[in-house]
Design a protein around this ligand. Structure first.
Ligand SMILES: Cc1ncc(COP(=O)(O)O)c(C=O)c1O
Length: 419
């Protein structure tokens, strides 16, 4: 018999194996200073393109004031306990009512964390006779929610309507045999590639197939739709989304999340979401802070307008320079380049140290081998100067990638890793 830890001593896992080369720099980097378009990394100022503070609310003076006053008033503990036991307050209820109204649903329920919340939502919505259909590129929280499911599940090819229909037909056939129903899960915006889920086309399929639709709109909430109510509003199908989910971790620049649906569904979920029934309620400073943020989103469309001015300038600028930004239809801006992982590391180091640009890199196994994805999140706090500097820097690093500079720089690393 083996020591349980033997596998850990041997291998830290698909990402952990890069720890020696990457930790503190490519992973677990320490960005310092106030959250904004410019922060400090290892002592030098960088333009930050990896922070999901889409609307720039993290440091808005009214938000900071509301957060600080709430902490002064309540401390960080209140309320203690899970919502159902001793963690419920009038302000939680007020936030729920305001969120429900904002996303045009009858009711909402505030969650302590998005990840656990959506995982439990999936768990609570399905029984062993039900069937789940979900996108192969789904976020980890959806995948983990599906992992709890004891019945059948089908993935469809990313945002592919033929594959969606094929799998819906399969799911329906099985549900007819088991006597269960079908849960369809899509994201409002896929956070890596930036494509919106095909919600309009998916809800159209409701005429042909019998299913309920859960949408994770983490990146759509606050950024899409006329009022900022998300991808459903943008595509004109919010009323056809049966369960709507968004986190506070992006446009709301905070912690927490919510689900919204018909009152009867929320009434069921609030009694059945295990991650909320057995975990501490969201603290008051986060609840009051969320009320303030929501208020600003509702009354200040200029944040979203500024965000989109920046998104358009960045994405059009990249396209004009011949960069492949894939098929994004949201603020998420991917830039695809070709190269190995060591080349990607050399390139990002160059970007940070010689050009003062900080953005996230995504490599295999998250995307296919040989591709480098530089993922950029424009926000309302970026300036046209930030965008111009970044576009010039990207042209320079592409030239260096193509003329083999990074290959040379990364040679030692490549030898070490047997590439
Ligand atoms: C698509 C998506 N769903 C859910 C979550 C989880 O939300 P939270 O950070 O509130 O746990 C995230 C990340 O924030 C996300 O990107």
């Amino acid at each position: 018999m083996k020591d349980l830890f033997s596998k850990i001593y041997r291998d830290k896992g698909p990402l952990g194996k890069w720890a020696d080369q990457a930790e503190g720099y490519f992973v677990f980097p320490k960005l310092e200073g106030q959250i904004s378009n410019r922060m400090k990394f290892q002592g030098r100022e960088v333009i930050t393109w990896s922070i999901n503070d889409y609307l720039g609310l993290a440091n808005h003076p009214e938000v900071r004031k509301a957060d600080e006053e709430a902490v002064k008033k309540w401390g960080s503990a209140y309320p203690m306990g899970a919502r159902m036991m001793s963690g419920h307050t009038d302000l939680h209820e007020q936030l729920q009512n305001e969120l429900a109204e904002f996303v045009s649903k009858e009711a909402a329920y505030v969650l302590n964390f998005g990840y656990q919340g959506i995982l439990s939502t999936i768990d609570a919505l399905v029984g062993k006779d039900d069937v789940i259909v979900y996108d192969v590129d789904a976020h980890a929280c959806i995948i983990d929610g599906v992992r709890l499911h004891l019945g059948k599940r089908f993935t469809y090819k990313h945002n592919d309507l033929d594959s969606i229909e094929l799998n819906l037909a399969r799911a329906e056939k099985i549900a007819e045999q088991t006597g269960g129903g079908v849960l369809f899960i899509s994201e409002g915006v896929f956070g890596m590639r930036g494509e919106q889920g095909k919600l309009k086309e998916i809800v159209e399929l409701k005429k042909k197939y019998n299913f309920r639709l859960l949408v994770d709109d983490a990146h759509g909430f606050g950024t899409l739709g006329k009022t900022g109510a998300g991808a459903g509003e943008e595509q004109g199908v919010q009323d056809q989304i049966d369960v709507y989910f968004a986190t506070f971790a992006k446009s709301m620049a905070s912690t927490g999340a919510f689900i919204a649906a018909d009152k009867e569904i929320i009434d069921y979920l609030k009694y059945n979401l295990r991650s909320q029934m057995f975990a501490k309620s969201l603290q008051m400073s986060l609840v009051e802070g969320a009320l303030k943020r929501l208020d600003l989103i509702r009354k200040s469309p200029e944040f979203k307008n500024k965000l989109w001015d920046n998104v358009n300038a960045l994405q059009n600028g990249l396209k004009a320079k011949g960069f492949d930004i894939g098929t994004t239809t949201s603020c998420v801006t991917p830039v695809y380049l070709k190269g190995s992982i060591p080349e990607a590391m050399a390139l990002v180091k160059d970007l940070r140290e010689n050009f003062g640009i900080f953005c996230s890199i995504v490599v295999y196994p998250v995307i296919p081998k040989g591709l480098i994805l530089l993922r950029m999140i424009p926000t309302a706090t970026h300036t046209m100067e930030d965008i111009e500097i970044t576009l010039d820097a990207f042209s320079a690093i592409r030239e260096r990638l193509e003329n083999g500079t990074y290959k040379k720089l990364s040679q030692a690393l490549m030898e070490k890793m047997g590439e």
